[in-house]
Design a protein around this ligand. Sequence first.
Ligand code: SF4
Ligand code: SF4
Length: 155
Amino acid sequence: MTEAYRNVIVLIEKEDIASHDCIACKACERVCPSFCIELEGERPGGLKRTRVTEFTVDFALCSECGLCLDVCPTDTLGYSRTYDEAGYKRSDFLYDLLDDWRDGEQDTVERLRKLEAEKAEEKKRATEAKKAAAAKKAAEAKTQPDASSGEIEDD
Ligand code: SF4
Ligand code: SF4
């Protein structure tokens, strides 16, 4: 199976959060020319990002054009590597993309809360360090002789 192989779209795991990273922005839903994507999302308490809560794809309509993958801001869409889908009716090709993810969602949300708190703390520390550096620079500038006064220092 080559890298270029295309099948039904799936949510793929992002290493930094050990889960998919669908933020329910709906860019894929809007861009899909076949109108086969439907999704919803909500922001869990204490989390800055939205998480997708419903995500279905009607593969019977999908042309595998790849536009949804192109627009995804978090690069969390990919193609399934399976090749032997079969069904007896059209609804057999209506896929729930969250099927494999629902069980671990609560743990993922907890993990994201911790990650976001760590990032906020890091940002706070960086801002404080920047402020301290600016204050130090200003204090040093005050103690420097004023070059515009025209005074010439003796050696
Ligand atoms: S590959 Fe194209 S047709 Fe299929 S879901 Fe994505 S945007 Fe829609
Ligand atoms: S474009 Fe990506 S992040 Fe946005 S809703 Fe679709 S899969 Fe989720």
